[in-house]
Design a protein around this ligand. Structure first.
Ligand SMILES: [Zn+2]
Ligand SMILES: [Zn+2]
Length: 279
């Protein structure tokens, strides 16, 4: 048998923002989540034991969200767990107290995950192939204010062949769902935390290449609406700048993104509505 030189790189982005409903209502949920994630990460390591790194990235002070990149050796499960818990506790203890709910910097952490993957790829042994993916676990609401960053992340990931998986623990996340769809990842929304680890192991442990052989939750219909750049709200119909492709819900004579000046549109002549064909 040919020796398989492929390696898998899994970066887990766990949203620890205390403003999340699931953490606000029951802080213990975070511990439960974390235990499941550690078990999941170890299961992933068990599949492909390899010399690798264990690493944490810290957010800059003031940001409520952390991103962690966990990878380790088969022999060091305990080390993985201890390091994660210790660093997370340290991060939570040193984070400035939140007075108002803050949005999670998910798009930012995903960019950092992509940077990390790019670095690993640059330093890999020639001839090896690394299948990389990012798993985002969050109970936050989606913030359309990060729309641009999200889109940049999704298309960069697509270009680099990085799969984005998302496990939504509270609300449905339509932007992240688009990201999963664009990169060929799996989107899963859990209504409750029971069985979280089982879901992780079932849906997210197998490599994306193996998933076609498994019976997974049926794909949900992806909401491909875009957010307008002026109010960051998802819109059905809008104006698009012909120069930079920014999207606006209302006509504006100057594009706020690229400052192109447009002529006011001629009033649209009232067209008789096309009659729908009855079938
Ligand atoms: Zn708008
Ligand atoms: Zn523009």
């Amino acid at each position: 048998m040919e020796e398989n030189k492929d390696a898998s790189l899994l970066v887990i982005v766990l949203d620890t923002n205390p403003s999340q409903r699931i953490i606000r209502e029951k802080p213990h949920n975070l511990t439960q989540c974390l235990d499941s994630i550690v078990a999941f990460a170890n299961a992933h390591l068990m599949q492909k034991a390899q010399t690798s790194w264990l690493q944490f990235l810290y957010p800059t002070p003031g940001k409520p969200l952390d991103i962690r990149q966990v990878d380790g050796q088969y022999e060091v499960f305990t080390l993985v767990e201890k390091t994660i818990k210790q660093k997370l506790a340290h991060m939570i203890n040193t984070a400035p107290p939140l007075t108002t709910p803050t949005e999670s910097l998910l798009a930012g952490s995903m960019s950092m995950a992509l940077c990390y993957i790019a670095r690993i790829n640059r330093n890999k042994v020639p001839g090896t192939k690394i299948n990389s993916r990012v798993l985002v676990v969050t109970g936050s609401n989606e913030c359309a204010s990060q729309y641009m960053t999200y889109m940049n992340v999704f298309f960069t990931a697509q270009k680099q062949g990085v799969v984005i998986d998302v496990c939504a623990l509270d609300k449905a996340l339509s932007l992240l769902q688009q990201g999963c769809d664009i990169t060929g990842g799996q989107y899963l929304r859990l209504e409750q935390l029971e069985g979280f680890l089982q879901y992780l192991l079932w849906v997210f442990l197998p490599d994306p290449q193996m998933r076609c052989k498994l019976v997974l939750p049926p794909p949900v219909k992806v909401d491909y609406r875009a957010a307008c750049f002026c109010h960051r709200e998802l819109i059905d119909i809008g104006y698009v700048c012909s120069v930079c492709l920014s999207i606006f819900c209302k006509f504006s004579p100057i594009c706020t993104t690229c400052h192109t000046v447009f002529k006011a549109p001629a009033p649209i002549a009232a067209k008789p509505k096309k009659k729908k064909l009855k079938t």
